[in-house]
Design a protein around this ligand. Structure first.
Ligand code: C2E
Ligand code: CA
Ligand code: CA
Length: 392
């Protein structure tokens, strides 16, 4: 920044001054070296105890943050220091430098102008996560994410009633990757929100493509808890929808996890109400796993309950699960919600669900999630011969 703003000779001058400052903090016998553009290494010799370094480290931070005068400019920077101790952290000189480097990275992450002692488990994890996030951001920039679509049908007449959009990463080397490989990394990062908005836009774009075709049905997208609770969620949604003047109310659906719906019920209820006003409806995903109380359920303005696939999967053999499904169906009636089953893998599942009074279904027995370009072909075949297969 100094080079860019004041020229390289100012940058060089500044480096000389700050080196002198740092050198002044060290004892005789210690070593200071500049190893990169703005990176220094200090070797503190002969410490009786790691804690003896603290006073030197504090001095260095202070020295680095001093205001320095360079060619009539008052310049000030801050330092982030990564620390590793030998022999506590055993390794070659090279390894020790790497440890210190990772600790420095953590010091930056923790807010700069501080020192951080290397912790093998934590620091490697932090650095690794940072690199993964960078790669996932690049994937967004390079347009490597795709949405797959999985149909939902009504078991009574086998009509297509909607699609769930499911994200995939079309990795240049590894091919199509399921969300399991990358969503967990995004959990608490703003990048997750950016990707979430990309998902909403892409689903709307897809709906536009399918307008006035036999595939013109609602599309649901999954919304992460952090995205849903972000203060700008509703205004962002409004801005996105404004780009689709022909958007028809209630054709975009959001699936939220039961566990996230329960977090802050008043806030979530308010967000759902506001989205409803914009013509977007909600379902509670993975229902049955989050211990919703009846009061909560009554409060939440959602349209669908989505029975978690773990109950559906072995409902024919596990009577407990069958009873749970029955309970959910009764509950949905009482609260005037529609119920949909996921994980419908075989014709036997469909039959059992029909008997219980659950008509909406999604699962491998109908179709696996597929690329948008394959959907029309699948639907034509389905229209010709609408029977479930054994997809388990
Ligand atoms: P989910 O919302 O519960 O989605 C259903 C998952 O079950 C999908 O896995 C789907 O491929 C799979 N599935 C569908 N039918 C069957 C079946 O009959 N049997 C079995 N065994 N599995 C079936 P997928 O696509 O790997 O997605 C996993 C999870 O990742 C999703 O679970 C959802 O929580 C999350 N996810 C997917 N796309 C997005 C997204 O765009 N945004 C966010 N925030 N989360 C997403
Ligand atoms: Ca879902
Ligand atoms: Ca689910």
């Amino acid at each position: 920044m100094i080079n860019d703003r004041y020229g390289h000779s100012a940058g060089d001058e500044f480096l000389k001054l700050i080196s002198a400052q740092l050198k002044g903090c060290l004892r005789e016998g210690d070593t200071l070296a500049r190893i990169g553009g703005d990176e220094f290494v200090a070797v503190l010799d002969e410490l009786n105890d790691p804690s003896e370094s603290h006073i030197i480290l504090s001095r260095m931070l202070k020295a680095a943050a001093a205001e320095l005068q360079v060619f009539n400019h008052q310049l000030q920077v801050s330092a982030s220091i990564g620390v590793t101790f030998y022999p506590e952290n055993n390794g070659s000189a090279d390894q020790l430098l790497r440890y210190a480097d990772q600790a420095m990275y953590s010091a930056k992450q923790l807010g700069k102008n501080r020192w951080h002692v290397f912790d093998i488990d934590k620091d490697v994890a932090v650095k690794h996560k940072h690199e993964e996030l960078e790669r996932l951001r690049l994937a967004l920039e390079n347009d490597e994410y795709v949405l797959f679509y999985q149909p939902k049908i009504n078991l009574k007449d086998n009509k297509l009633t909607g699609f769930e959009a499911l994200i995939r990463w079309d990795h240049p080397d590894k091919g199509i990757l399921a969300p399991f490989y990358f969503l967990p990394v995004l959990e608490n990062d703003v990048l997750g929100i950016e990707i979430g908005n990309w998902v909403i836009k892409t689903a709307l774009e897809q709906m536009k493509d399918w307008w006035d075709t036999p595939l013109d049905v609602p599309i649901s997208v999954n919304i992460s808890p952090m995205h849903l609770q972000h203060p700008d969620f509703v205004s962002n949604l409004k801005a996105i929808l404004a780009q689709y003047p022909n958007y028809r109310s209630n054709t975009l659906e959001f699936e939220i996890l039961e566990s996230s719906a329960l977090k802050d019920i008043d806030l979530i209820t308010d967000i759902i109400h506001q989205c409803n006003k914009l013509g977007v409806i909600f379902s509670i995903d993975d229902f049955g796993t989050g211990y919703s109380s009846l009061t909560y359920l009554k409060k939440l303005p959602t349209k669908y309950l989505k029975i978690d696939q773990s109950f559906v999967k072995d409902m024919m053999i596990d009577t407990d699960n069958k009873v749970i499904i029955q309970g959910i169906i009764e509950l949905s009636k009482a609260f005037n919600l529609d119920v949909i089953a996921e994980g419908v893998e075989t014709p036997a599942h469909a039959e059992a669900l029909l008997l219980l009074g659950c008509y909406l279904a999604q699962g491998y027995g109908i179709a696996r999630p597929m690329m948008a370009s394959s959907v029309s072909k699948w639907h034509n075949l389905w229209l010709e011969n609408p029977v479930l297969i054994d997809g388990s």
